[in-house]
Ligand binder design. Structure first.
Ligand code: CDP
Length: 788
């Protein structure tokens, strides 16, 4: 049976025009869509209405007759150069443009190049494609059944839809510990597919300069250097070697993990620019973005936890089916096909644990981007924090008491987890107790008991999460073989001002501020004198980019290390200028002075000038340094969140009355920026808990392909977040800092779900999958006979 189709897919074109800014091409203060280059033309994409279909014919004749249409590119055109397939970041393969069949609704089928974007959209409408629908598989469990249609027919000898199996921990010991436990709680927990919703969708301007043989791509990427290498690997055989490629990532309007992978649109735009010799602009419209790329989660987890009668946790076992869509294009480190999911023992001293996971192909777009999440940490935290609450319910214990009983104690750090991680530092008891005091936990429990007597539904939910962020170390982490470190290069100019370039790429996290602070603090110069630059592969040192809260743990550390190298050279220069030996000098922020004679000193600015005008013979001129920082370990930020909800018995609507978030990211570089990260992250964590889901029908039609159906949180749903902190420095980071960018997105969902379930627990409710929509709650209330 032919699947239902959605006629709106693809080719909508932009209607918002932004004011032009002459600074655009510098790559600062601009979105991609603001950039204009001389001779630039536009690309729009023909997309498949079917989730699985053979392509019988693509007829471009009518499109080519549209005035202003310059060309139509198909898979057959790319196949001539062997560019119709590309590698994914997980060493799978993904179509750039199809030759034989499409694998998901909204897949790129052909590209139209035209003089303006509206004409390109007209061209898209005029391309005539004949499809022959094929059976669609959207349920990963059905995809694994014997006899299920094999989707990746392009892979020789592939007989099923299984992608990979991955496991960690001690299976036999965990099985035994669960068997020996007094209590075992088991639950199926699903985290649905969700989607990044950055201010700017994905897009690029590919500009191939035929005269110089150089390709410049202005693109929405979080990892410019890695992308340059991927482009060189994909297109090196047609002459685009790496020194001829420059990636510039200007202000990209948010990324959240969705702008790490390479999507077909980027590659087609590059191919089109090379073929036509013109700058090609391609920008997705919002519906294309919601239907074709940047998808996250889609984990079906069966979690089991064992405990003694007194509440001591004994073992954890989680089995997961991971729906990756039609290609494994997740942006995970190579050796971690399930990302850092094995952080799932969380904040608890769980000595026995085993996790296994199977990746599965379905007729959905590729998924698995680490949406504001350090490679599957959100899924791991959701599983452990939900199952912990279920255990408390089973044992009739207060969930705070159960957590306090099982937390890893402060004196157990560095802590070696059963699944192989070495947690650097932590103090979980203090964080939870602080949250409980701030929100008056005891008072809330009394209030809840009173309310229950009156039939009112109020719940209190806790989430005490542990994150794992900052990949490297390079001995464990690489992407496509490129080791995960990060970098900073600092040059001090003769007048004492500095430029610091980093291998990361801010998308709104404020690196310009915090990196300048790091360099300024280390060198004792004003932060305003430090120019921070990221995102241009022709100037920045090689780095792996910004995602998974890795910037502070890696590039931030590189900034400190490069500054320290400069300080070392500055000391030699100061000794020369003051005619003393280095041992006779003391450093205080901004200057070296002679021990015992503080009036004899040289400021860093004086030293910088001397580095170019009066350096000693035999010493190289200049004052600059570069650091490629390979962290010895990851950092493990943590926090305790408590959420209070009230549920309307008439509508099932959940209202977050209070939400207290205590975060610990070690030493803080900029408290306002960290607070901003947490406020935004909490709202982003609330979104999938209550609102967001990318759903598909049986025909593979995306049911949430516009903001009418994919519900983003607004100020109406967002409560006033109450934030506070504890500070437990990382022992191995040069500044004692840990990452923080996604802590709140990771920690918030289970706190909210736990609160909702807590409100309904006396009715026999134990688990609700996210998003907890009013309809879902209302149906439960109706079933329990308490709906008004
Ligand atoms: O990789 P990403 O920038 O998303 O994450 P991050 O390293 O967690 O940093 C997010 C922002 O918070 C950056 O501007 C950091 O410099 C800042 N931050 C901070 O001020 N202090 C910390 N301990 C951690 C992050």
């Amino acid at each position: 049976m032919a699947p239902k189709t959605s006629p709106e897919v693809g080719g909508m074109g932009h209607s918002i025009k932004r004011k032009e800014d002459p600074r655009l091409i510098r790559g600062k203060g601009n979105f991609i869509d603001d950039i204009k280059l001389p001779g630039m033309v536009f690309m729009d994409i023909v997309r498949s209405p079917y989730a699985h279909a053979k392509i019988v014919k693509i007829d471009s004749a009518a499109a080519l007759k549209v005035p202003g249409v310059l060309g139509v590119i198909t898979g057959a055109d790319l196949a001539k150069y062997n560019l119709h397939w590309m590698p994914t970041l997980m060493s799978d393969t993904q179509m750039v443009l199809p030759v034989e069949k499409v694998m998901y609704q909204a897949q790129e089928v052909a590209a139209v190049i035209a003089t303006d974007r509206y004409t390109a959209a007209d061209g898209v409408a005029a391309v005539d494609v004949d499809y022959d629908p094929l059976p669609v598989v959207v349920d990963p469990f059905k995809a694994l059944e014997p006899g299920a249609p094999v989707l990746r027919t392009d892979k020789k000898d592939k007989k099923d839809n299984h992608i990979f199996h991955w496991e960690a921990g001690d299976r036999a010991a965990t099985d035994k510990a669960l068997k020996d436990s007094d209590v075992v709680v088991t639950e199926n927990i699903y985290i649905p597919r969700i989607h990044v919703a950055s201010i700017e969708t994905c897009g690029c301007i590919a500009d191939f300069d035929r005269a110089r043989g150089k390709l410049t791509v202005y693109m929405t990427t979080q990892a410019p250097h890695a992308i340059r290498t991927v482009f060189a690997l994909v297109a090196g055989h047609v002459g685009l070697s790496e020194e001829r490629i420059r990636i510039v990532s200007p202000d990209i309007g948010g990324g959240f993990g969705g702008k790490v992978p390479v999507y077909p649109g980027y590659v087609i735009a590059v191919a089109a620019s090379v073929l036509l010799g013109k700058p090609i602009k391609w920008i997705e419209d919002r519906m294309e973005n919601l239907q074709a790329d940047s998808f996250a989660r889609d984990y079906h987890m069966k979690a089991e936890i064992g405990a003694k009668k007194d509440g001591t946790m004994t073992a954890l076992r989680i089995k997961t089916i991971a729906d990756h869509g039609y290609a494994d294009a997740a942006a995970n480190p190579s050796k971690f096909p399930a990302g850092l999911f094995s952080i799932c023992t969380g904040s608890y001293d769980l000595r026995k644990a085993f996790v296994e996971l199977d990746g599965v192909y379905t007729n959905k777009p590729p998924g698995g981007v680490a949406y504001r999440c350090s490679f599957r940490v959100t899924e791991a935290v959701h599983a452990i924090e939900r199952i912990t609450d279920m255990l408390a319910q089973e044992l009739k214990m207060d969930p705070a008491e159960l957590r306090l009983k099982n937390f890893i104690k402060a004196d157990q750090f560095p802590y070696h987890s059963a699944l192989g991680w070495e947690y650097d530092s932590g103090d979980y008891h203090t964080a939870l107790k602080k949250a409980m005091a701030k929100i008056d936990y005891a008072g809330l429990r009394k209030e809840q008991a009173e309310k229950r007597k009156k039939g009112e539904l109020m719940g209190i939910g806790i989430s005490s999460f542990t994150e794992i962020v900052g990949a490297g170390p390079s001995k464990h982490f690489d992407i496509l073989g490129i080791k995960m470190f990060d970098s900073c290069e600092i040059r001090i100019h003769p007048t004492g001002k500095a430029i610091a370039r980093f291998g990361t790429k801010s998308q709104g996290q404020g690196h310009e501020t915090t990196y300048a602070q790091i360099v300024a603090e280390e060198l004792g110069i004003p932060a305003k004198d430090v120019e921070v630059e990221e995102g241009d592969t022709d100037t920045a040192p090689y780095g792996l980019g910004t995602y998974a809260s890795r910037s502070t743990p890696t590039a931030g550390a590189a900034g400190a290390m490069a500054a320290r190298k400069i300080r070392d050279k500055a000391k030699k220069l100061a000794a020369h200028l003051l005619e003393v030996s280095e041992e006779d000098l003391v450093w205080e922020p901004g200057k070296f002075s002679v021990k015992g004679a503080p009036q004899k000193s040289k400021t860093i600015q004086e030293i910088a000038f001397a580095a170019y005008t009066n350096h000693p013979q035999g010493m190289e001129a200049g004052l600059e340094a570069v650091s490629y920082y390979d962290p010895p370990n990851l950092t493990f930020p943590f926090g305790s969140y408590i959420c209070v909800v009230d549920i309307d018995r008439g509508t099932g609507a959940v209202k977050i009355r209070r939400f207290v978030a205590i975060d610990d990211c070690g030493n803080i570089i900029n408290p306002m920026i960290v607070d901003g990260q947490i406020h935004g992250g909490l709202t982003m964590g609330m979104a999938p808990a209550l609102l967001e889901e990318i759903a598909y029908d049986d025909g593979g039609n995306n049911l949430s392909g516009s903001f009418m159906d994919y519900l983003l949180p607004t100020a109406m749903e967002t409560p006033s977040w109450e934030t506070d902190k504890t500070v437990t420095p990382s022992p191995h980071h040069p500044l004692g800092a840990k990452g923080v960018g996604e802590s709140a997105t990771v920690g918030a969902p289970p706190a909210i779900v736990n609160a909702v379930v807590d409100a309904l627990a006396h009715l026999g409710v134990r688990h609700i999958d996210i998003p907890i929509t009013p309809e879902k709650v209302w149906r439960i209330l109706k079933e329990k006979g308490v709906a008004e």
